[in-house]
Design a protein around this ligand. Structure first.
Ligand code: ZN
Length: 458
C-alpha cells in the first residue's frame, strides 16, 4: 500500500485496549498496570530497530543502575569495586563474578537486596520447577512482572496473533479448565478470547479429542507433546479446524518439528526461549526460525569455556543478567543452557540473534576427548526404522548409549539392527548402542520430556 509516497508494510493488528474508565470507549485507557505494560511495549517497539551499538549503550545505562543498587544493598556484591571510568563497559562488567544455580540454592540470603525500591512494587517469590534437581527459589518485584508482560505482548505483536480467538494451553501447572481471557499479560489490558487448559498427564489421544471439540486458534505447550499430538493426528487423519499457530516453550526445539506441525495441521510453529528466573530471554523472529535476544530486558552473554564471548556460529554457555529485578539482582547468572550465536538478522532488528538453543548440560553428549555434542535424532528416521511408540537415549559412559524404547510390537533382529544403525549415524563417534525395552518413558519433575540424557555430563 502507498501512503504519502512511502511503502507501508502491513499494519499491526488492531487490539481493543480494555477500558478501565466509565464512559470511555475509544481511545481507551486500561488499568494502571496495563498502562505501564503498554508504555514499555511502545518503547521496545522502537528500540528493536536501533543499531546494535545504540541498543548496547541503553542496556549498559540500565545495567549501571542495577550494579550500583547491587553494590549498595546486596551483601554478596558489597565488595565489588566502583570503576573510575564514567561509562560502564563490557570489560568492567566482566569482572563481576558469575552466579550459578547452586549459589542461589546455598547462599540465598546473600543475594537478596536489603532495600528494593518501594516504587518497584510488591516483592514476590518464584520457584523453578526443579527439573534439574532441587528447585531454585528467587525473589522478584511486581515491576519485573510488568516487563515480563510487555515482552509477552511483543511476542503476540511480532507474530500477529489474533487475540480474539481461543487459546489452548497444556502445561505442567495447568489442570482441565477454562478462563475468560488469555492470562496475566493481557488481562485488563487487551480484550481477548478465552483460554482452555488441560493437564500434561492426560493422554495424547484424549488431548486430540479435546482440541477437536474446543477448536482453539492457538495451542501453547511443550515441543515433545506437540510432536506426540502431531504424529497421532496424522495417524488418525484428524485436522484441527480453526488452529492458526502452535506455540512452544520450555524444551529445546527439534528442527524437524516445524515440518511435522505443517504436515499435521497446516500451521506454523513459533518457539519462545524463557526461564522462570529471568522471564523472556529470546523470541522467535517474525520472519525467520531463529531467535532475537530480548535485550531490553536482559543482557545475554554466550561464552566459551574460557569465559571469552563466542563468535558468530559458535556454541557456548548462556549467561544472563536480568536488568529490572531489583529485589534479587541476577548478575551474570549461568542459566545452564547452551546456545549458538547467530549473525545479525536480515529483518533489520538490532537485537542479537541466537541461531539455536541447545539443551542443558544434562542433555549434552560428551566424548572421551571432552568434546560436546547435542545429538539430533530426527523423529522420522527413527520411527521408520522400527515400530516404536516412544524412545529416549541415555549416555551411560563415553562409549555407551542406552536406547530406552517403548515398542508397539517386539522388534525383529533386523529392525533392531536397522534402528541401531540409524541412531549410530546421528552420533559423533563410534558408540555402542544398547537397546532396553521399557513400558513407558516418564517426563521429568518439571514436566519436560527429554530425548537425550547424559549420566556423565557435568
Ligand atoms: Zn529477525
Amino acid at each position: 500500500m502507498w501512503h504519502h509516497g512511502v511503502v507501508m508494510s502491513k499494519p499491526p493488528p488492531h487490539w481493543p485496549i480494555t477500558s478501565a474508565l466509565p464512559g470511555i470507549r475509544f481511545p481507551t485507557l486500561p488499568i494502571q498496570r496495563g498502562q505501564g505494560v503498554l508504555a514499555v511495549l511502545q518503547q521496545i517497539e522502537q528500540s528493536q530497530w536501533l543499531a546494535p551499538e545504540r541498543l548496547l549503550a541503553l542496556q549498559f545505562s540500565q545495567l549501571d543502575a542495577l550494579l550500583e543498587h547491587a553494590r549498595a544493598t546486596v551483601p554478596a556484591y558489597r565488595q565489588m569495586p566502583r570503576d573510575a571510568r564514567a561509562v560502564l563497559d563490557y570489560e568492567q562488567f566482566r569482572r563481576w563474578p558469575m552466579l550459578t544455580r547452586r549459589d542461589l540454592q546455598n547462599r540465598f540470603d546473600e543475594f537478596v537486596s536489603k532495600a528494593p525500591p518501594r516504587q518497584h512494587g510488591k516483592v514476590q517469590e518464584r520457584r523453578t520447577s526443579g527439573s534439574t534437581g532441587a528447585p531454585v527459589r528467587l525473589l522478584t518485584t511486581a515491576l519485573a512482572g510488568l516487563y515480563w508482560n510487555a515482552f509477552n505482548l511483543r511476542d503476540h505483536l511480532w507474530h500477529r496473533h489474533d487475540l480474539s480467538t481461543k487459546l489452548a494451553v497444556v502445561r505442567r501447572e495447568t489442570e482441565p479448565g477454562h478462563a475468560a481471557n488469555w492470562g496475566p499479560a493481557t488481562f485488563g489490558v487487551v480484550d481477548t478470547g478465552p483460554t482452555v487448559s488441560n493437564s500434561i498427564r492426560v493422554d495424547a489421544a484424549a488431548l486430540i479429542d479435546w482440541l477437536v471439540v474446543e477448536r482453539p486458534g492457538y495451542l501453547l505447550t511443550y515441543p515433545s507433546l506437540v510432536a506426540e499430538l502431531a504424529r497421532l493426528s496424522i495417524d488418525r487423519g484428524v485436522r484441527l479446524d480453526g488452529l492458526r499457530e502452535v506455540r512452544t516453550f520450555a524444551e529445546s526445539l527439534h528442527p524437524e518439528l516445524r515440518q511435522l506441525v505443517r504436515e499435521a495441521w497446516g500451521v506454523p510453529l513459533t518457539d519462545v526461549y524463557s526461564a522462570t528466573e529471568t522471564g523472556y530471554l529470546a523470541l522467535q523472529c517474525p520472519q525467520h526460525d531463529h531467535y532475537h535476544v530480548q535485550s531490553e530486558g536482559v543482557l545475554l552473554e554466550v561464552l566459551r569455556d574460557d569465559g571469552q564471548p563466542c563468535a558468530v556460529g559458535e556454541v557456548g554457555r548462556v549467561v544472563v543478567t536480568s536488568l529490572h529485578n531489583f529485589a534479587m539482582p541476577l548478575i551474570r547468572y549461568d542459566i545452564g543452557d547452551f546456545a549458538e550465536l547467530g549473525a545479525p538478522c536480515s529483518c533489520g532488528r538490532g537485537l542479537p540473534v541466537l541461531e539455536r538453543i541447545h539443551g542443558r548440560v544434562r542433555n549434552t553428549l560428551v566424548t572421551a576427548d571432552g568434546k560436546r555434542f547435542w545429538p539430533i535424532f530426527g523423529t522420522r528416521a527413527i520411527m521408520e526404522s522400527a515400530p516404536l511408540a516412544q524412545y529416549q537415549f541415555v549416555q551411560k559412559s563415553h562409549t555407551l548409549i542406552e536406547a530406552r524404547v517403548v515398542a508397539t510390537t517386539q522388534l525383529t533382529a533386523a529392525q533392531e539392527s536397522r534402528f541401531c544403525e540409524r541412531v549410530s549415524s546421528m552420533l559423533p563417534a563410534a558408540m555402542e548402542i544398547r537397546i532396553v525395552y521399557v513400558e513407558s518413558i516418564a517426563r521429568s519433575a518439571g514436566g519436560k520430556y527429554e530425548e537425550f540424557l547424559s549420566e556423565i555430563a557435568r
